[in-house]
Design a protein around this ligand. Sequence first.
Ligand SMILES: *[C@@H]1O[C@H](CO)[C@@H](O)[C@H](O)[C@H]1NC(C)=O
Ligand SMILES: *[C@@H]1O[C@H](CO)[C@@H](O)[C@H](O)[C@H]1NC(C)=O
Length: 617
Amino acid sequence: MIAYVLFSALAVLPLLLYLRNPYFLQDLNYAFTSMLLGVRLNRIWKKSYTILDRFLDKVAAHPHKKFLVFEESSFTYSQADRESNKTARALLTHTVLKQGDTVALLLGNEPMYIWIWLGLCKLGCTAALLNNNIRSKSLLHCFSCCDAKVLVAGAGKIPLYCTVEVLPVLKEKGIRVFILSEHCEVEGIESLLDKIQLTSDEPLSRRLRSNVTIKSPALYIYTSGTTGLPKAAVVTHQRMWMACCLQFIAGVRSDDVIYVYLPLYHTSAFLMGLGGAIERGITVVLRRKFSVSNYWDDCRKYNVTVIQYIGEIMRYLCNTPKKHNDKDHKVRVALGNGIRGDTWAHFLERFGNIHVCECYGATEGNVGFINYIGKVGAIGRVHFLHKRTHPYAFIRYDTEKEEPVRDSRGLCIQVPVGETGLFVGKIGQRTPFIGYSKNNQQTEKKKLRDVLVKGDLYFNSGDLLKVDEEGFVYFQDRIGDTFRWKGENVATTEVADHLLMVDFVEEANVYGVTVPGHEGRIGMAALKLKENMDFDSNALHQHVKNSLPSYARPRFIRIQDELAVTGTFKQMKVKLAEEGFNPALITGPLFFLQDNKGYVPMTEDIFNSITEGTVRL
Ligand SMILES: *[C@@H]1O[C@H](CO)[C@@H](O)[C@H](O)[C@H]1NC(C)=O
Ligand SMILES: *[C@@H]1O[C@H](CO)[C@@H](O)[C@H](O)[C@H]1NC(C)=O
């Protein structure tokens, strides 16, 4: 009898657990995985074991396994190791680099990117991953942020042009400039490819990187921010490990093949994609650039099983005409961030049962989330263990004053479930915030004090998130002076600085507006013109075309007599962003940047074709 009661109780237990929490098993599995990971990371960090060490161990474990596939060529782990020995030796011979120095890379996706980075790791050097869309002033700024001694630029006309443009300043600072070609005619720029080809591929002594610890900078990755100009986030080897372990949490196995096509200078492709692949010891299929028409053909051709995404990419894929072989592929995991709920559902329905693992986190951030359940639309899930090891809070935020709301004691107020709050991560031993290279002011600006108790210290993510009744976390909005468009961060003040260089512009307020059916926000600017000067569509178009990458160019311009400012003379963006670009609602001149034509007056027709999605933005 007692046995019978016990047995029934045991049988009912799962049901009770399920009713209380339908995700019980997945939560348990996550708890188990993260504990395992925590123990493992603690052990390897004590030994100052870096991702390079992991790579070398994989080379020893399976030298003949394919590491990299690029266009028609492929490289085994052992070949990759030898290629990186060559680049390391070439740099060692032809420069005076020593451990602790930084080398800036201005490269597109190609195998050499990876060989140079691995080579730099072998020399104990740090790589600064420059965005290869940036030019002139921004390029020089990014360069000086990281104190690089050497610049390596890709072969081809554009990188050469950009490099020549800034060459006098670089030379003044005694910086060595290399271009990845076999020869170079330009004085002051040296070719590197020929030197690499002539160098031996013998392994390099560990002594060359003897001083590297888990806290040493491994990379500088640039993020846009409130200053306008990009900031160099310091990615230590420890931080790198955390991002590289996302594949492990997402369930990537050693027989998987990952497709990496996002730019390697971003965290997604470099850390989550390439770094994670090295951690797992798998094969990387690298592509120069995203191509919507080749995407699934590539996946089929290379037997890709894991893809990465940013929200925009998923939408582009869903927007292509349906094909009979849409579900004919081996992709089983998609890892990334920023997919919208509707696109997500559409993606699954169209391309089959793929485990979409949405993650949330900033390059320089100290706490992130992972949606290990696959709940459509959520960026993660509150889990007691995660919260215990990575403390965080959602606090009430005043969007007009642009600061957290504080109570009578001067402390922040946590928002209840279901209410949107600013996400802040507690800075601590396990959750350090390293900040930005040579930019103490911006580093300090990201810190928030006296949050829950006097004297505590948090990292201000700048993101507004919401937690629902079930514990799922949803992205709501981004505060402050950056917005995202086409997967790139756009710093409003940087764009405004460029607009101010145009002779008829007196003041510029740049912000992002939402467009139906698109992730993120598209650029818009409110301008005040100088007295007695007219809006010159052509001049403005030429200027933005020459000085800004296409994703950062304001697509809408409105002219105002006065630009609204707050009591502390900060520009007001929230109201403008809400007003959007509907000509029926906006008084005053309104322009639209039409491809090839420049800024044309906005009409009802243009507005309708944008909202209906018939104009490509
Ligand atoms: C390595 O560290 C030691 C001890 O701090 C220091 O003396 C030495 O100069 C460092 N070597 C390099 C190449 O930085
Ligand atoms: C992909 O898998 C198929 C079947 O397992 C195999 O025949 C083919 O050679 C593989 N292709 C590549 C590029 O590995």
